[in-house]
Design a protein around this ligand. Structure first.
Ligand SMILES: [Fe+2]
Length: 211
């Protein structure tokens, strides 16, 4: 909680007003349930109010499309952002073999997928056709703020820019796992080139607040 409050103070200082936390859900590793996430959110809200932190907080989750995901979808135990958006991520080295089928199933369940940090997946470095097709078929893309500054390497930064140039990016996320990430974001926000790049694109983050 101490670390969380330190992060929230930093977010406030950076000018954020609303946050949607998205803790990982991965089979056998991060078995966060909607119930647990909501319980922890309530505890964080209580502590942040007591600490006079002026932020509106919400929570959803970031779902790895692993062998556990099908059950979560089938049992209707996903925690969406707003009513129907669900944040999903893939393995960094290989995409799920049944990706198209899973995305179709998510959409058939009335949910709209948001693909987390597509710029970090190596298998899209050379060719964005698959991402273009996913976007065309109704998946949204969210890139990480730190990707633009080269935090994850040059190729990730290049792909993030390419996706922006092709108007395929819907949302910008911090993906901050620690105060350390927020300090790096703070430094990045002093980088004129990166700020210009961010300001020249229309992100839809605000739509998630009323979703
Ligand atoms: Fe992720």
């Amino acid at each position: 909680m101490e670390h969380t409050l330190a992060m929230l103070r930093k977010y406030e200082q950076l000018g954020f007003s609303n946050l949607i936390a998205s803790p990982h859900v991965m089979v056998d590793m991060y078995t966060n349930t909607p119930r647990l996430i909501k319980k922890q959110l309530a505890a964080v809200i209580k502590s942040s109010e007591a600490a006079n932190i002026n932020l509106t907080l919400a929570a959803a989750a970031e779902y790895m499309l692993d062998e556990g995901f099908g059950d979560l979808l089938e049992n209707n135990t996903l925690l969406p952002i707003g009513d129907n958006r669900v944040l999903i991520e893939f393995g960094f080295y290989a995409s799920p073999f049944n990706l198209d089928e899973l995305v179709f199933q998510i959409q058939a369940a009335g949910l709209q997928p948001i693909i987390a940090h597509p710029e970090r997946y190596r298998y899209y470095f050379r060719d964005i056709t698959d991402l273009r097709n996913l976007h065309k078929r109704g998946s949204s893309l969210q890139i990480n703020l730190l990707s633009l500054g080269g935090y994850y390497g040059k190729r990730v930064a290049a792909l993030a820019r390419q996706l922006l140039e092709n108007n395929l990016v819907d949302y910008l996320g911090t993906d901050a796992h620690s105060i350390d990430h927020l300090q790096k974001i703070e430094a990045l926000l002093n980088d004129r080139k990166v700020c210009k790049l961010i300001q020249s694109h229309q992100f839809k983050n605000h739509e998630l607040l009323s979703a």
